[in-house]
Design a protein around this ligand. Structure first.
Ligand SMILES: C[S@@+](CC[C@H](N)C(=O)[O-])C[C@H]1O[C@@H](n2cnc3c(N)ncnc32)[C@H](O)[C@@H]1O
Length: 184
């Protein structure tokens, strides 16, 4: 049974940024449609609800069936999906705290799905960014976490303008959250 990712530093950074950013985004668009890819424990669905995103506008997914069942039990709309495979519609805000670590042969197989982004660490992020454009409303935004431990991503080459929303340095890595908008 694949364990549900328990909130850690990366999750808390995303929660903080959502608390800071959602009030302004909701001011601009009270009917904001929110999607989280890789929902895990559902921590950010709770933040979105507390910030005032309407529950019927909150959508989520995970490749881990246990996360999906857990978030359904919490009362959220959550589907089993490999990235956007089973996602339909367009969203004003898509968030993703991805698996971003480079492959480590010592990592247990059942936690790898939540932590390992590929050989260089950024492969799932690259796949996500190639697909995400199709699912963004006009002027929609992405909040994405990256780590200094994985290979850098050139957002502009992939067609996105980036803005750094916050970073956190730990003794072994630094994590950043990026706001991304499609370059028109
Ligand atoms: C680092 S955890 C983040 C969990 C939660 N969002 C948080 O911030 O605490 C990454 C999550 O992405 C999910 N995941 C990994 N690969 C995925 C994929 N291809 N499609 C959808 N979800 C995926 C994992 O199962 C895990 O729940």
């Amino acid at each position: 049974m694949t364990p549900i990712y328990q909130p850690a530093e990366d999750s808390y950074l995303m929660s903080r940024i959502l608390k800071e950013q959602l009030p302004d985004l909701l001011n601009e668009k009270p009917d904001l449609k929110f999607l989280e890819i890789g929902v895990g424990s559902g921590i950010h669905l709770q933040s979105a609800t507390s910030a005032g995103v309407k529950k019927e506008n909150i959508f989520s997914s995970d490749i881990n069936e246990n996360s999906v069942s857990h978030c359904n039990i919490l009362g959220f709309n959550c589907v089993h999906s490999d990235l956007f495979e089973n996602i339909h519609g367009k969203f004003d805000l898509i968030i993703f705290n991805p698996p971003y670590l480079p492959k480590d042969s010592n990592e247990p197989e059942d936690s790898e799905v939540a932590t390992t982004g590929g050989v260089k660490g950024n492969e799932i992020i690259l796949r996500f960014l190639k697909e995400a454009k199709e699912y963004l409303e006009k002027e929609g935004k992405i909040f994405l976490i990256t780590s200094s431990l994985s290979e850098d991503v050139n957002f502009q080459e992939l067609g996105y303008q980036e803005k750094e929303l916050g970073c956190e340095k730990m003794f072994f890595e630094s994590l950043c959250i990026w706001e991304l908008a499609v370059i028109l």
